[in-house]
Write a protein that binds this ligand. Structure first.
Ligand SMILES: C[S@@+](CC[C@H](N)C(=O)[O-])C[C@H]1O[C@@H](n2cnc3c(N)ncnc32)[C@H](O)[C@@H]1O
Length: 215
């Protein structure tokens, strides 16, 4: 399963799916075509991606079920929705987008797939009344991604789980283990050439984390 297909499948059976930062709109198109999503909103901050999205939606014949909106995050989104996807951006940007529209995302299902800064996204969820119900770690075209599914609720979560994913740490899927094995090998090699004590200490802490994941 490729990244877009996995993200679309996580929105299965939604009534109205909102994709913020939709770019090409492939995720909402796949969700409506293959995963029983009734309607969708494809939004993006930039005109260029939205034009591409509109053309792809028309090409797919789904213009009666998918609407496009130009919006910075959710700020200009007035429509209701039950599921929100934000993917393919840094975790800090995803966190900022969620934080600045906190009232609009309460009671929604969130599907978040940052390409870095996973910690910041999980910390936001922990501190804002969301519960992580599923997680995926995977490679698509040699790039490592994570996807987090969250719903309103409480969770007991440790600092280590916020860093590396409470469900990922339980599942220990092949791609997750491969990613941290590579990080472990890379950082162990790098350690030999580092002279500064502080840098060395930080790297050793990370290596200890990775050893814990791999054990
Ligand atoms: C790398 S693309 C990811 C596209 C798609 N979500 C995916 O996962 O393949 C990032 C998209 O997010 C849009 N974007 C960046 N900041 C945004 C914001 N604050 N609000 C809405 N869209 C934003 C960009 O214009 C771009 O189209």
């Amino acid at each position: 399963m490729n990244r877009i297909d996995l993200l679309a499948s996580l929105a299965s059976d939604s009534n109205i799916l909102l994709d913020v930062g939709c770019d090409h709109a492939y995720t909402v198109i796949t969700a409506c075509k293959n995963y029983n999503v009734k309607k969708a909103i494809a939004s993006d901050i930039a005109e260029g991606p939205l034009e591409v999205a509109k053309a792809n939606i028309i090409k797919s014949g789904l213009e009666d079920r998918i609407k496009t909106i130009k919006s910075d995050g959710l700020k200009q989104v007035e429509d209701d929705f039950d599921t929100l996807i934000i993917s393919g951006m840094g975790g800090l940007l995803i966190k900022d987008i969620l934080e600045s529209s906190i009232d609009k995302i309460k009671n929604k299902k969130l599907i978040l797939s940052p390409n870095r800064d996973y910690y910041d996204v999980r910390l936001f969820l922990t501190n804002n009344g969301f519960q992580i119900i599923d997680e995926y770690a995977f490679y698509d075209k040699s790039i490592f991604y994570e996807a987090i599914v969250a719903i309103p609720g409480e969770m007991n979560i440790t600092e280590f789980e916020i860093k590396y994913g409470p469900i990922l740490l339980k599942k220990k899927d092949e791609d997750f283990i491969n990613y941290y094995q590579k990080q472990y090998d890379k950082f162990n090699k790098a350690l030999k050439n580092i002279k500064k004590i502080e840098e060395k200490d930080n790297l050793e802490l990370l290596i200890a984390d990775y050893r814990k994941i791999l054990n």
